[in-house]
Design a binder for this molecule. Structure first.
Ligand SMILES: C[C@@]1(CC(=O)O)c2cc3[nH]c(cc4nc(cc5[nH]c(cc(n2)[C@H]1CCC(=O)O)[C@@](C)(CC(=O)O)[C@@H]5CCC(=O)O)C(CC(=O)O)=C4CCC(=O)O)c(CCC(=O)O)c3CC(=O)O
Ligand SMILES: NC(=O)C1=CN([C@@H]2O[C@H](COP(=O)(O)OP(=O)(O)OC[C@H]3O[C@@H](n4cnc5c(N)ncnc54)[C@H](O)[C@@H]3O)[C@@H](O)[C@H]2O)C=CC1
Length: 165
């Protein structure tokens, strides 16, 4: 469904905030990588870490950057102390249930399999020294968002010597 208004960008502090992920797949990995670089504390709950991302997750777990619980989602996993929750399992019905139960508790939640079921969106991020750029679309063309990110990245790399984005 077409969104009525564009999304408003907000920039927030994540240092030492507790962020909980359900699912330890490629989407979770991509997002955790970004969130860690903003100082977030990450917890991950998933019964399995797929082979394609296992090495990265094992490193994060070993170095204490990610706290991992090997289990399926249960309602009791949701604590009010969570700053935000990412429902990123490969089961759309589980993601929808997580989103519903988070909302009931007032925890902001992102459902990776359904743009219309997100309290906030995960942007494409470009970082250059002290500048942070977040890019979003309207949920209809994720590739376009990625392409804009790549374009900005190339431009800023070209200007490496004089930062003037
Ligand atoms: C709405 C949003 C909600 C949210 O925050 O989760 C959402 C939703 C969905 N994405 C889906 C698919 C893909 N998403 C990507 C890529 C990215 N998606 C990202 C954000 C968002 N994705 C949120 C805002 C998007 C916006 O602003 O428009 C980025 C920016 C950030 C990130 O995820 O890291 C990242 C680019 C990062 C970068 O490269 O910079 C690719 C391409 C790829 O992986 O290369 C594909 C596969 C190809 C395709 O479908 O195009 C599906 C269908 C899933 C299915 O079919 O099951 C849904 C669900 C739905 O649309 O309902
Ligand atoms: N928003 C985005 O950018 C994109 C979203 N997607 C959506 O994201 C979701 C995840 O995709 P991938 O990371 O590629 O999946 P994946 O197959 O790589 O990983 C799925 C993860 O979910 C876990 N899981 C399954 N059932 C669970 C449960 N009951 N409780 C907790 N964890 C559970 C698995 O153990 C695994 O760790 C899919 O729903 C897909 O539609 C896919 C591509 C891009």
């Amino acid at each position: 469904m077409r969104e009525r208004y564009p999304r408003f960008p907000v920039f927030i502090r994540l240092d030492d905030r507790q962020i909980l992920f359900f699912g330890a797949g490629s989407v979770a990995k991509r997002r955790i990588q970004v969130l860690l670089s903003f100082g977030a504390k990450i917890q991950v709950i998933a019964p399995k870490i797929p082979g394609s991302v296992e090495e990265q997750f094992r490193t994060w777990i070993k170095t204490g950057q990610v706290h991992y619980k090997k289990k399926q989602f249960e309602e009791t996993d949701l604590e009010k102390s969570m700053f935000m929750v990412f429902a990123a399992t490969d089961k759309p019905e589980v993601n929808a249930m997580i989103a519903r139960l988070c909302r009931k508790r007032g925890i902001p939640v992102n459902n990776a399999s359904d743009a219309s079921d997100c309290d906030f969106f995960f942007p494409s991020v470009v970082r250059k020294e002290d500048i942070v750029i977040g890019i979003t679309g309207n949920g209809e063309d994720h590739r376009k968002v990625r392409e804009v990110r790549e374009m900005i990245q190339w431009k800023s790399d070209e200007k490496e010597e004089h930062i003037c984005l």
